[in-house]
Design a protein around this ligand. Structure first.
Ligand SMILES: Cc1ncc(COP(=O)(O)O)c(C=O)c1O
Length: 424
């Protein structure tokens, strides 16, 4: 399949929708992406043709469902170039759930009093709070790695905080606010230089950048299915085999074991020992279809498309001069396909509500990264985040609408700020 954005759009019926009388422009992809017909079709085929539980029945339907479920692991392993399908844990709801699994599943048995966990100021709360909670539980300490003013991880600060007490370095591969793509391999190597594990939050990276876990040298990588065309309630935790082998399941029950007596339990092989209870079979099948769809497009093309859209946005933003402050690096090549900004003298929610009146969906608020906003001197921001079906024309429409909003600023600034969405 060639990367033809207009052809791609035909796979997404929702893009034909009107909002407030205008054709929808969906720029909230960092929150969740839309789903193509192929993904919804794969889920429907499972429910209509071979719906059954997996790994629990000898009958045909259960065999077919188990086969599709197992194949999904292979597809996802291929998508991130894992060494093997059994390093893929799909029994997580999303990135948050996957990171909690690492913090509790690995952290509870490997962290102790006096240990240190390095977390960057750039993190989404999902890669910050689980570490704070586990640190409190075991008596470890969380230390924060600063960022530079243009929104990059400060590697000098990271190096100065590493010591033999450091047991975990947790960081995002790409930021959901400043968009920065981090030097993942360098940070992983720094973590390993003191014997710590490198835990990567791939929520904003895996859907946008060709991902090769062999090159990134991480120990864990978490990402969400729903941010890469898959259904909500799906995610992946990839882990290095030797670490997963050592890790006891955190949630236990059906399918996590090979045998149980009243005195003993033999845990199952990877990855089934992490699949407590009936998994989200339909969701996992849908997620694999999403990965297949992206691989047909080519992740290099997905990446190029992002850069094209961000470059065009920055070029058009020049027309708005000092009315706009963009958060993060100013070169499109350092970022994924999202742009967060603030309009002078207008609350971020006011801008987002005004854009919605023109059918343009963006996110506003703290984007679950409050410490990052505070570090940059803001309470929140407006975020336009792109994906494979967004066009240059949509970016133009968005910037033209922003210009209109700015021209109406005096009136808009008097409107009560929408606080319905607290923008967490
Ligand atoms: C960088 C980053 N990490 C983690 C998450 C959490 O993802 P989820 O809500 O799918 O768990 C998000 C979601 O926006 C994110 O952008």
């Amino acid at each position: 399949m060639m990367f033809d954005v207009y052809r791609i759009r035909e796979d997404f019926p929702i893009l034909q929708r009107k909002v407030n009388g205008r054709r929808l422009i969906y720029f909230d992809n960092a929150a969740t992406t839309q789903k193509p017909k192929q993904v919804v079709g794969a889920i429907a085929r499972y429910y209509f043709n071979y719906n059954a539980n997996v790994h629990r029945g000898l009958h045909t339907l259960s065999q077919e469902a188990s086969q599709a479920f197992e194949e999904a692991h292979e597809v996802l392993a291929h998508f991130i170039n894992a060494y093997s399908w059994d390093e893929i844990i799909v029994n997580v709801l999303n990135t948050t759930d996957a990171l909690n699994l690492v913090a509790w599943g690995w952290g509870l048995s490997n962290l102790k009093q006096g240990d240190e966990i390095l977390v960057t100021v750039m993190e989404h709360h999902s890669n910050m709070l689980p570490w704070r909670v586990i640190a409190e539980r075991v008596g470890a300490k969380v230390k924060y790695v600063d960022i530079t003013d243009d929104g990059r991880i400060d590697l000098t600060d990271l190096e100065s905080k590493l010591s033999e007490r450091t047991k975990v370095v947790a960081f995002c591969l790409a930021s959901n606010v400043v968009g920065t793509i981090n030097d993942v391999r360098r940070i992983s190597r720094l973590a390993h230089s003191v014997g710590a594990i490198a835990v990567g939050d791939g929520a904003q990276y895996v859907p946008h950048v060709p991902t090769n876990v062999r090159e990134l040298e991480l120990d864990f990588l978490a990402f969400s299915g729903h941010k890469m065309l898959g259904p909500t309630g799906t995610g992946v935790l990839w882990g290095k085999r030797e670490i997963l082998e050592e890790m006891k399941p955190f949630k236990v029950g059906g399918d996590t074991i090979k045998d149980v007596t009243l005195d003993d339990v033999v845990w199952h092989d990877l990855p089934w020992r992490f699949d407590a209870g009936t998994p989200h079979i339909a969701g996992v099948i849908g997620l694999a279809e999403a990965a297949r769809y992206l691989m047909r497009l080519g992740m290099e093309n997905v990446r190029e498309h992002d850069v094209r859209l961000v470059r065009h946005t920055f070029k058009r933003f020049e027309e708005l001069g000092s009315e706009l402050t963009v958060l993060g690096p100013k070169d499109p090549e350092s970022r994924t396909g999202l742009v967060s900004f603030n309009v002078k003298d207008l609350h971020h929610h006011t801008v987002a509500k005004a854009l919605d009146l023109f059918g343009i969906a963006v996110r506003s608020g703290g984007h679950c990264a409050h410490p990052l906003h505070y570090r940059l001197g803001f309470k929140g921001s407006v975020r336009a985040s792109y994906y494979i079906y967004n066009t240059i024309e949509e970016v133009d429409e968005f910037v033209n609408t922003l210009k209109l909003i700015i021209s109406l600023k005096d009136r808009l600034a008097k409107e009560p700020v929408e606080e319905v969405c607290t923008g967490t």
